[in-house]
Design a protein around this ligand. Structure first.
Ligand code: GLV
Length: 318
């Protein structure tokens, strides 16, 4: 009997396919350095029974319409805004993700980015590497303390709670905004979005990207923040309006910002944000540790094995 075709749309070391390879024929994107271009991804989707995707693959309603055999998508991420889940549901396609396993790692990176912005570490390192570091001065390259300051977390899911937990160890006062209140979030206090924007010294954005959260932070929200405040996005590009953020940083409406995520990924080449000294950028490294990436692969493998063996499917989002 012919086996289903699994299209792995990113480069995966062969040994990680071991647990599933007897169930499927496999095609894989072979370039470990560059993401699969969208047109090649769409061609893969047209012939696949199962897609193993990453967030750069856009599974739109149109892609789904032109994928007659597709029955399952395993997405190697906790976020699944790259997939039109409504269209998938309508077409009877199962979608799975990788929850929880990356939460601590992403919380670490959120904290790292906040500290990088606060202590101007990218600016300092850049000056040193580029031969522009002239010497120690009393107020040279001085940043801002994070201890005893107020951290505002927008989006209090698992990662948000773990950021709050870390912040308590740094003697920060933590406030948060979320769709519903979380009474046990390491002492973090609920605030309306507006109050949080006004009170916080540092704001970390951690909501999923949905129609409701697209442009959650625009010039209006930035105008409410303290002039000394810093904004950190480790969630998804598009939640913070990049053009408005650029303007706010140029005009001094806020002091600094940092982001691990961009509207244009993998390389936000065209955005002038990357030219600003008070902006720290990372290339979507939130979950990028060996342990966590292997854990994410395991989550997807668990879902795929359950599908092949007709068991109830763990980590299913639709
Ligand atoms: C990464 O961005 C993820 O959603 O897992």
């Amino acid at each position: 009997m012919q086996k289903p075709l699994l299209w792995v749309t990113f480069h995966l070391p062969q040994e990680l396919l071991e647990p599933i390879k007897s169930y499927v024929d496999v095609k894989m994107w072979q370039d470990p350095e560059f993401d699969m271009p969208q047109d090649e991804f769409e061609a893969a989707a047209q012939e696949a029974d199962i897609l193993w995707t990453v967030v750069s693959n856009r599974v739109t309603a149109d892609v789904i319409k032109r994928a007659p055999k597709l029955k399952m998508i395993a997405n190697l991420a906790v976020g699944y805004n790259n997939i039109d889940t409504e269209a998938a549901t309508e077409a009877g396609i199962i979608v799975t993700n990788t929850p929880d396993v990356l939460a601590d790692t992403t919380a670490d990176l959120a904290f790292l980015l906040m500290m990088m912005a606060a202590r101007r570490t990218l600016e300092g390192a850049r000056a040193l590497y580029q031969g522009q570091w002239k010497g120690w001065q009393v107020l040279g390259m001085t940043g801002m303390d994070i201890h005893h300051k107020t951290l505002g977390i927008i989006g209090m899911g698992t990662i948000g709670e773990l950021v709050a937990k870390r912040a308590t160890g740094f003697d920060m006062n933590v406030i948060y905004h979320n769709r519903h209140e979380k009474p046990n979030a390491y002492g973090a206090q609920y605030r309306s979005k507006e109050d949080l924007l006004r009170e916080a010294d540092f704001i970390i954005v951690l909501t999923p990207l949905t129609p409701a959260t697209r442009n959650l932070i625009t010039k209006e929200e930035l105008a409410l923040m303290k002039k000394s405040a810093m904004l950190i996005n480790v969630a998804r590009g598009g939640i913070v309006n990049e053009d408005d953020l650029y303007e706010a940083l140029i005009k001094g409406d806020i002091l600094a910002a940092a982001s691990d995520v961009f509207v244009e990924e993998p390389v936000p080449t065209k955005h002038p944000l990357l030219t600003l000294a008070n902006f720290t950028a990372l290339p979507h490294l939130g979950s990028a540790t060996v342990e966590t990436r292997l854990g994410m692969v395991s989550r997807n493998v668990e879902s795929l094995l359950a599908y092949f063996n007709k068991h109830s499917i763990p980590f299913r989002v639709v």
